[in-house]
Design a protein around this ligand. Structure first.
Ligand code: COA
Length: 162
């Protein structure tokens, strides 16, 4: 059984993240999506809200699990019995940060490998903060996030109930 974790802030989850999760679910026996509790990052959605959104958006994939974690990502890998950390690479600009994280994680735990999946072309320019900005300015984001996430964003940012 080869298990991988896919860590991130997911504030909120986007179709770009879902593209990575779906592809990883075809490569590994199990993929555990780890919603990071990061006190340094001010988030729009609480940890429970982010986790619930990820869970609802990934329920069609039977080998995908969702949980939250505070602390080192390599510890989340250990806790979940995973040997692989999945990260998406959207553009060259992601590379330096991802390279640094992968090397640091390797330094912390030699046995854990980081595997990068290239984002599908249509999702290379999406970020959660860009989506939040678009929604708050009234733009249509239905192409970039599941309907459930769009409704949650509208409700939180514009006070619109579904
Ligand atoms: N599609 C769309 N957007 C994506 C994406 C994809 N495939 N992959 C990343 N993004 C976006 C996110 O939406 C987010 O956007 P935002 O900044 O506008 O909100 C941004 O890229 C950052 O992505 P995220 O995956 O959430 O990374 P992060 O920088 O917040 O890192 C952890 C999350 C949990 C992996 C990292 O903080 C970590 O490892 N923390 C634990 C501490 C630790 O172990 N440190 C040692 C290792 S250095």
């Amino acid at each position: 059984m080869v298990r991988a974790i896919y860590p991130g802030t997911f504030d909120p989850i986007t179709n770009g993240h879902l593209d990575i999760i779906e592809r990883a679910s075809l490569l590994f026996d199990e993929v555990h999506v780890i919603v990071a509790i990061n006190s340094k990052k001010q988030t729009l959605f609480s940890i429970k809200e982010r986790e619930d959104l990820v869970r609802q958006c990934t329920q069609e994939w039977k080998n995908v699990r969702v949980s939250s974690h505070e602390g080192l990502t390599v510890e989340a890998a250990e806790k979940n019995g995973a040997r692989v950390i999945i990260r998406g690479l959207r553009a060259v600009s992601d590379f330096e940060y991802e390279f640094q994280m992968a090397l640091m994680n390797k330094k912390l735990r030699r046995e854990v490998e980081t595997l990068h999946l290239m984002s599908s072309e249509k999702f290379t320019y999406i970020t959660s903060s860009l989506i939040r900005d678009l929604v708050s300015l009234g733009a249509d984001v239905s192409e970039f996030v599941p309907a459930l996430v769009e409704q949650s964003l509208k409700s939180r940012l514009l006070g619109k109930s579904p």
